[in-house]
Write a new protein. Structure first.
Length: 302
């Protein structure tokens, strides 16, 4: 079985259709279909079940998908080890992240690493928190950084900490000078929050419930960057992680205010890698830099 055929097959298994895999790979659908037909002919079995909403691997396809993942990972490892003979002159790092880290932290970390090692290429993919872990566990990402509300055994955790939720506002906001605010203080102002499927919103809603208060958001968005113009142009506040917008806060464009509640507003954050995988040299180097850019883990682990 050729590597190209396995790569195309795995792309269809992940995407759920030949058309979606074609868009992802930027390869003609006919070429992908031909490779899958060749694999089915070579193995003498059907690899996909064709359904109205797409293609799902058959039992034989599930076995081949696992083989393909391991084969492609081994091939990438060999290529990485060959490249490492040249130090960090070349390499490719795939990072999966939940949105809170894609807004500011990761782009800055990648830019700093690029300044030192311009030959290293990156692929940054933004996913819901649980899917970040799944991507790392499946070998689709070298490094994952995500918010988490419960432990996981699917991956190896190299950094485990908690981060506070803050209210973000403009410097002349009436609350901007406060050392901290209570969650009930938010009722007086327009509030912008992420959508219900995010860990930030889940923690915020649980805290409101514990306080016995109801806060109707003025703006709900599934893109964190959409909250920032709202904050800049109103007397509103946005709820998000203290790590999400470090640069505007450092430059004095926005102000962060700790939010207090009877119920903890802390969320767990993790940096994850695949279990028992020998990481390429470039991935190890970036991993060290990324962890160094995150808040130090307290001696008690929290």
């Amino acid at each position: 079985m050729q590597m190209v055929g396995l790569r195309y097959f795995l792309a269809v298994a992940h995407a759920g259709s030949i058309a979606a895999a074609s868009n992802r790979l930027n390869v003609a659908a006919s070429a992908i279909s031909r490779q899958i037909a060749n694999l089915e002919a070579e193995l003498g079995c059907v690899l996909f079940e064709r359904r109205p909403r797409g293609m799902v691997p058959s039992p034989a396809g599930e076995l081949l998908a696992e083989h393909a993942r391991q084969t492609l990972l081994r091939a990438e490892q060999v290529a990485a080890e060959i490249q490492e003979l040249q130090g960090l002159a070349r390499g490719f790092i795939r990072v999966a992240t939940s949105e809170g880290f894609a807004l500011d932290l990761l782009p800055n970390a990648i830019a700093e690493f690029h300044a030192l090692y311009p030959g290293i290429r990156f692929e940054l993919q933004m996913l819901p928190p649980a899917q970040v872990t799944q991507a790392v566990a499946a070998g689709d990402a070298d490094i994952g950084i995500t918010f988490c509300l419960s432990p996981t055994s699917l991956v190896r955790v190299v950094y485990d900490n908690v981060v506070a939720m803050i209210a973000l506002c403009v410097p002349d906001h009436p609350l901007a000078g406060r050392a901290a605010i209570q969650i009930a203080d938010l009722r007086t102002y327009p509030i912008a929050v992420p959508t219900l499927d995010t860990t930030a919103r889940q923690v915020f809603d649980a805290a409101c419930l514990a306080e016995g208060i109801v806060i109707e958001p003025t703006l709900t968005a599934n893109i964190l960057s959409a909250l920032l113009p709202f904050v800049r142009r109103t007397k509103g506040l946005a709820l998000m992680s203290a790590l999400s917008v470090q640069t505007p806060i450092r430059l004095g464009e926005l102000v962060s205010i700790p939010v207090q509640s009877r119920m903890s507003l802390m969320r767990g954050i993790q940096v994850q890698v695949m279990q028992e995988r020998k990481l390429p040299h470039a991935v190890q180097a970036f991993l060290r830099q990324l962890v160094a850019a995150l808040p130090p883990v307290a001696a008690d682990g929290g």
